[in-house]
Design a protein. Structure first.
Length: 410
């Protein structure tokens, strides 16, 4: 699919600071260590109810990763998917009486426009599950052939046999290292987040669906397994692995993807390559909430980027508001968060116009804050102090704020 246009990225003078980042698998902040090409995969939207502020916050966190890596002169290969075929999308299309493909296409287009407005650097490859179907099918076939996958061979509760294909979590010893969760937690989250622990005929309750055989009225694609459609986790394993290789620098998404999604996509990828770990870093952004609850499509407590834009809110203020707390923290969106960002942006913009003494110290401090697990709270403080000091010039800091925080001041 088409990605979206890239904003200009100024080169910042001075010495870049390498990126240290929290890794969910080891539960530590550790250095990122890309080779020449830094490889980044971030889980994209399921295209309905896009783009709410939770989505935006997550993509902004990984946008900072790309910006810090680019500052460190790495060539960044960034891949993002769009889950443009899955149960929740079909359910929403059905509920609203619209064609699922049209729903997906229109929401993906809205997402592109929101990302461009927020000055998010685009992925090099923006890939829909539907367009990736041949490679997803190849991956499932390979897992069947290697014995890591099996077919259900008992009838469902309705008495019908659907020979769906599942990944066997017991095919390796490694399953569980990414989240580190105990089995009870895994079972609970699996049931909450699209899994089917009680499906009859599974070898293990935690086995995840790889290929769902065609049901009447559902879209289906031909495959060696028979006509059907893919499970969720294999989509990301195949799309990432085929473009970035099966050892990537960073697998990213919101913390709601730690389990089962990233655990299972890592397990699928490792079964395909025979070479763990799939990612050197698994990094997760905290959840944005509204009115005391996580912002989610199922709860419907959503604030949309496009709605704020229509109301005339400057996208740079939305960006600054979402960066005003640390990316890993769960946090609530409030009117005050936005008001504060609007005021701060005005102060920074005024300061950017100043002629004065250009110091490299502000930029150095900004870099060191971001290099330390994307500490935007500290980074914003550094820029606030610069804005208050009327003897300091504007041009150099404005360029650094643009390149590193993605906020355009001039
Ligand atoms: N298509 C899958 C990933 S392959 C998916 O989870 N789609 S999504 O539309 O539900 O979410 C898109 C991204 O936004 C994911 O990385 C998810 O973790 C993140 N996300 C969803 N809700 C929130 C929220 N309230 N706060 C922060 N991030 C969120
Ligand atoms: Zn994903």
């Amino acid at each position: 699919m088409q990605s979206w246009p890239a904003p200009k990225l100024p080169v910042v003078p001075g010495v870049p600071v390498p990126l240290r980042l929290y890794d969910s698998a080891t539960r530590t902040v550790k250095p990122t260590e890309p080779e020449d090409v830094a490889t980044l995969y971030v889980c994209g939207i399921t295209p309905y109810d896009a783009t709410h502020l939770g989505h935006a916050a997550t993509y902004l966190a990984f946008d900072l990763v790309q910006r810090v890596w680019r500052d460190n002169r790495f060539d960044v290969h960034y891949v993002q998917n769009a889950t443009d075929i899955d149960d929740p999308l079909l359910e929403r299309a059905e509920r609203d009486g619209v064609d699922w493909q049209e729903l997906a296409a229109s929401q993906i287009q809205l997402f592109r426009e929101d990302m461009e407005a927020l000055r998010v650097l685009p992925p090099r490859d923006y890939i829909g599950a539907v367009e990736a179907m041949p490679e997803i099918i190849r991956a499932v076939k390979q897992l069947m052939e290697s014995g890591a996958a099996y077919r259900i061979d008992v009838p469902d509760a309705d008495g019908e046999l659907h020979a769906d294909v599942y990944y066997d979590v017991r095919s390796t010893d490694a399953f569980g290292y990414e989240s580190g969760y105990d089995r009870g937690t895994m079972l609970r989250l699996f049931a909450e987040r699209g899994g089917d622990p009680d499906r009859p005929g599974k070898r293990d309750a935690l086995d995840a669906l790889l290929w769902r055989m065609e049901r009447p009225g559902e879209p289906a694609w031909d495959s060696p397994m028979g006509p059907g459609r893919p499970g969720w986790h294999i989509e990301c394993a195949a799309i990432a692995g085929n473009r970035l290789g099966y050892t990537i620098d960073l697998q990213g998404g919101g913390s709601d993807l730690i389990y089962p999604h990233h655990e299972c996509s890592a397990a699928h990828a490792e079964a395909l390559s025979g070479r763990p770990p799939f990612a050197r870093h698994y990094t997760h952004a905290g959840m944005i909430g509204l009115d005391g609850e996580k912002m989610s499509k199922s709860r419907g407590n959503l604030v949309f980027v496009s709605q704020l834009r229509r109301e005339g809110v400057d996208p740079m203020a939305i960006r600054l508001a979402l960066l005003s707390r640390h990316y890993r923290e769960d946090r609530f969106w409030t009117a005050a968060t936005l008001d504060e960002a609007v005021e701060r942006l005005a102060r920074w913009r005024a300061a950017a116009q100043r002629f004065g003494f250009d110091t490299t110290e502000v930029v150095a401090k900004l870099r060191s804050a971001l290099g330390n697990d994307l500490d935007t709270v500290k980074a914003i403080k550094v820029v606030d102090q610069w804005a208050q000091n009327s003897s300091l010039g504007g041009a150099q800091v404005a360029a650094a704020v643009d390149a590193l925080l993605g906020i355009r001041l001039v």
